[in-house]
Design a binder for this molecule. Structure first.
Ligand SMILES: [Zn+2]
Length: 142
């Protein structure tokens, strides 16, 4: 199983950052700089576009990436992986219902507004919470 990009587009790389997994990030909190790495991938979207299920599974719940903002997303679970996707409005009537890869599960939000002036391209953040190791295992061995 491979994931389908939920937006039909791929990774961002812009003035606001690199959307690849493991890309360096930093933030300033109480005057101190914290360095960390990006724990998912950022897939470019057009705000308002339909967001598709990356594989067969279901949205198990709404997730909120930031407190006190409108931004939302979901936890999405399939047989082989559980992921989190942020910066879209999930179709709430689909929570807990099985969907197929490619089915529309929500509408993209505009995360660039939160980072106004920093050159962040609108995107959907997708990170893996857990997965079956066999998804990553090379094949061809006895
Ligand atoms: Zn991200």
């Amino acid at each position: 199983m491979k994931f389908r990009t939920p937006t039909g587009k791929y990774i961002r790389a812009d003035r606001g950052g690199d959307g690849r997994y493991g890309a360096p990030r930093s933030k300033i909190k109480n005057g101190e700089t914290y360095r960390y790495t990006h724990n998912g991938v950022d897939l470019i979207c057009d705000p308002g576009q339909e967001i598709m299920a990356p594989f067969d599974g279901m949205m198990t719940r709404i997730a909120r990436p930031y407190v006190a903002t409108e931004y939302s997303g979901c936890v999405f679970r399939g047989d082989e992986a559980t992921i989190r996707m942020f910066y879209f409005t999930p179709k709430e009537d689909l929570i807990g219902k099985k969907v197929k890869r490619g089915d529309v599960i929500g509408i993209a939000q505009d995360i660039s507004k939160l980072y106004e002036g920093q050159g962040v391209t609108p995107h959907i953040h997708l990170e893996v919470e857990k997965c079956d190791p066999m998804l990553l295992m090379e094949t061809g061995h006895a």
